[in-house]
Design a protein. Structure first.
Ligand code: CP
Ligand code: NVA
Length: 313
């Protein structure tokens, strides 16, 4: 008997992932569903991107993002070329973008300025993926949403308490939570809040999804009813000169035993990594049974495979 013909399910195509706003709520759900399939049927997708190539550009250091994008494209049957260092030192960015587009099918870039990602996208005409910029970390937020879904079996109505700097990771989490109906409370020191324009977009999404968005300076308030507590480094890449000043400002925002004791007993601990133990989080919280930080790291691989399929297949 002839083997049955399996028609792939049509997916809403996406053309770029410059930031979280490039995925509609429907596409976000679609991506999380596809991630589940990719994670649990690796062989089924083993040649889905055969003959397709990625350019990886990293202006900043990386372990997880770089490794998982390389593995993702290779596990899908494709390959990649990579470059570390300033992207447009020897020639204008618009020329770099058009060179890469002649050789490869998509560009994955980690940059300082968000404008670098936007300009690569404008000039290359191929899909550009934000692998972290000063403003967003959208691939991380995808992995975090998938991790929450795995842990709780649902997303709508969950409560996330983020404590620390209102940075790129906080921005992407805020936008994703707001779209997916996850209540999100963000506690930062005064002057370190997430950017107002991003909070306003999140509030718009939240009014459609039913999520509650709260920006506070009180860490205890953010964690009180949280299903998961999230933190990130106090000084992001590019802010090294502010490290000492930030250590003083952020000290009351450390995720430690005293803070976790004010949350629910079964609350999860999340961190995008790398973590600075003894600063934003204690070693014992990182190593506690509630910590899902390595699930988040593993899921970077799976969500990025799903993302590449949605961009390139
Ligand atoms: N979480 C994350 O993006 O890690 P890297 O900086 O190691 O890529
Ligand atoms: N906010 C951190 C995230 C690292 C993955 C940074 O930008 O350095």
């Amino acid at each position: 008997m002839a083997a049955p013909v399996i028609h792939p399910t049509p997916r809403p195509r996406i053309t770029a992932f410059r930031h979280d706003l490039d995925l509609s709520t429907e596409q976000l759900h679609e991506l999380l569903d596809l991630t589940q399939q990719v994670k649990h049927s690796r062989q089924r997708f083993a040649s889905a991107l055969k003959g397709r190539y990625l350019s990886l550009l990293f202006e900043k250091p990386s372990l997880r993002t770089r490794m998982t994008f390389e593995l993702a494209v290779k596990q899908l049957g494709g390959d990649c070329v990579a470059q570390t260092g300033p992207i447009a030192e020897r020639e204008p960015l618009k020329d770099v973008a058009r060179n890469l587009a002649r050789w490869t099918d998509a560009i994955v870039a980690r940059t300082f300025a968000q404008e670098t990602i936007d300009e690569l996208s404008n000039w290359s005409g191929v899909p550009v993926v934000n692998a972290l910029s000063d403003l967003y970390h959208p691939c991380q937020a995808l992995a975090d949403m998938f991790t929450l879904k795995e842990q709780f079996g649902r997303l709508r109505g969950l409560r996330l308490g983020y404590v620390g700097d209102g940075n790129n990771v906080a921005h992407s989490l805020l936008l994703c939570c707001a779209r997916l109906g996850i209540h999100c409370s963000i506690a930062t020191p005064p002057r370190y809040e997430p950017k107002r324009g991003i909070v306003e977009r999140a509030v718009e999404f939240a009014s459609a999804s039913g999520a509650q968005i709260e920006i506070t300076t009180d860490p205890a308030r953010a964690v009180k009813c949280a299903d998961a507590i999230y933190t990130d480094v106090w000084a992001s890449m590019g802010q090294e000169a502010e490290t000492e000043e930030r250590k003083n400002v952020f000290a009351p925002y450390q995720v430690n035993e005293a803070l976790v004791a004010q949350a629910r007993k079964d609350t999860l601990f999340m961190h995008c990594l790398p973590a600075k133990r003894g600063q934003e989080v204690t070693d014992s919280i990182m190593e506690s049974p509630q910590s899902v930080v390595f699930d988040q790291a593993e899921n970077r691989l799976h969500v990025q495979k799903a993302l590449l399929l949605m961009l390139l297949q």
